[in-house]
Design a protein around this ligand. Structure first.
Ligand code: S3P
Ligand code: PEP
Length: 421
């Protein structure tokens, strides 16, 4: 459906949704390997990659720094680089792509020159000070006056050395950003968590795996610390696995409609943290009373919408950093569930309580769902439209951040979508 209309109304299907759906490539892994390939000397072929707004922004920024990024087909990037980024002529604009913004803030410190890393209005509200502080501690001059982008980095062509501590309680992406730039140190660099409190640790594991694939020497230096040798990177070919966060919507569709969808990949074959959501969704309609979302944060909107139809209420804990994602997702999910039916959700501190009501299924409850430019709010609330008549998703095109084909996928499964203004 191109171009997407301003709003889409979903007609609940009268049968289980089944079929074969290959989720797109992982956003997290695509943006890691795009960067690592750009920092390696030679050509790297990245297959199975995601082509979406977030990866397009990353690829464009790399091109602006002298890297050749070709796109021979819909899922391949061919990246050719001299292994060194060039100073871009203008500020790098990274929209609301957290990965691109955080990873590049550290990576541009390896070039010789001044770079401004900036994003859209929402990105300008997402904290980056802990990463800037860590760069400063490594002797790199970087400033972010508001504590959020824009960040001005004065690269010195190298990345310091020694031990650096990073407070990753707001975002694990700060750790990944430092680790990926660390092979350009003047000597070994140890990246250590300032506290044990970190969002999904699994994202750091993704970073380590990608770095090793590109030839980095990175070892654990105790719990929450990693030692990176100054090796630089080696160009390589890399196959990106499907996106586990995108898969959560497919698992949600299965649970809510009783269908069977073949994703072409088993849940336990994913290396991304959000794959853990499958086991929780599989318990529907008897999901647990308390779900710790800390290790699968991007799956929480999906889980919360599915939970609205659970037999018993669900409390989501460990999700404080959902407040600094594309939007405040705790507030957004609560607001929009309550728009469907007042009292369906409640915020309690940084917990989200979903009241749950299996009797919602089959009802007509017209609601125009505000999506706050947040792909996950749009995609997760579409699941409510599979059970309730009258659900309209505003700005469905925002799914393009990570899953441009989402609405086509629903139509291909047999869901009727009606465009409106
Ligand atoms: O490293 C990554 O690829 C990501 C880490 C997570 O963010 P935080 O570390 O900011 O929680 C996640 O929400 C984001 O979608 C992708
Ligand atoms: C939080 C997300 O993205 P990012 O932090 O990469 O912008 C997400 O995709 O849900």
């Amino acid at each position: 459906m191109h171009p997407l209309p301003p709003a889409l109304t979903i007609t609940p299907p009268d049968r289980p949704l089944s079929g074969r759906v290959a989720p797109p490539g992982s956003k997290s892994i695509t943006n890691r390997v795009l960067l690592l390939a750009a920092l390696a000397n030679g050509t790297s072929r990245l297959t199975g990659a995601l082509k979406s707004k977030d990866t397009t922004l990353m690829a464009r920024a790399l091109r602006e720094m002298g890297v050749t990024v070709e796109e021979p087909d819909a899922t391949t990037f061919l990246v050719t680089s001299h292994g060194k980024l060039r100073t871009p002529a203008a500020p790098l604009f990274l929209g609301n792509a957290g990965t691109a913004t955080r990873f590049l803030t550290a990576a541009v410190a390896t070039l010789d020159g001044t770079v401004i890393v900036d994003g859209d209005d929402e990105m300008r509200l997402r904290p980056i000070r802990p990463l800037v502080d860590a760069l400063n501690a490594l002797g790199i001059s970087a400033v972010a006056p508001s504590g959020c982008p824009p960040v001005t980095i004065h690269g010195m062509g190298r990345f310091g050395k020694g031990r650096v501590e990073i407070d990753a309680s707001l975002s694990s992406q700060y750790v990944s950003a430092l680790l990926m730039a660390a092979p350009f140190g003047d000597g070994p660099i140890e990246v250590a968590l300032a506290g044990k409190d970190i969002g999904a640790r699994g994202y750091v594991d993704l970073t380590l795996a990608a770095m090793r694939a590109f030839g980095a020497d990175v070892t654990e230096a105790g719990d929450g610390a990693w030692l990176v040798q100054p090796t630089g990177y080696r160009a390589t070919d890399f196959h990106v696995e499907p996106d586990a966060s995108a898969a959560t919507y497919l698992w949600g569709i299965e649970a809510l409609t009783g269908g069977t969808i073949d994703l072409g990949v088993a849940a336990d074959a994913f290396t991304q943290p959000d794959a853990a959501a499958q086991a929780v969704i599989a318990k529907f309609p008897d999901m647990p009373a308390v779900i710790d979302g800390s290790q699968m944060q991007d799956a929480v909107p999906t889980l919360a919408v599915v939970a609205a139809f659970n037999n018993t209420p669900v409390r989501f804990v460990g999700i404080a950093n959902l407040r600094v994602k594309e939007t405040d997702r705790i507030r957004a999910v609560a607001n929009e569930l309550n728009r469907i039916r007042p009292g369906l959700a409640m915020e309690e501190g940084d917990d989200l309580l979903v009241a749950s009501d299996p009797a919602l299924a089959g009802q007509t409850m017209p609601a125009r769902i505000e999506t706050y430019h947040d792909h996950r709010i749009a995609m997760s609330f579409a699941l409510a439209g599979l059970k309730i008549r009258g659900i309209t998703i505003l700005d469905p095109a925002c799914s393009g951040k990570t899953y441009p084909e989402y609405w086509d996928m629903l139509e291909n499964l047999g869901v009727e979508l009606t465009p409106s203004n």
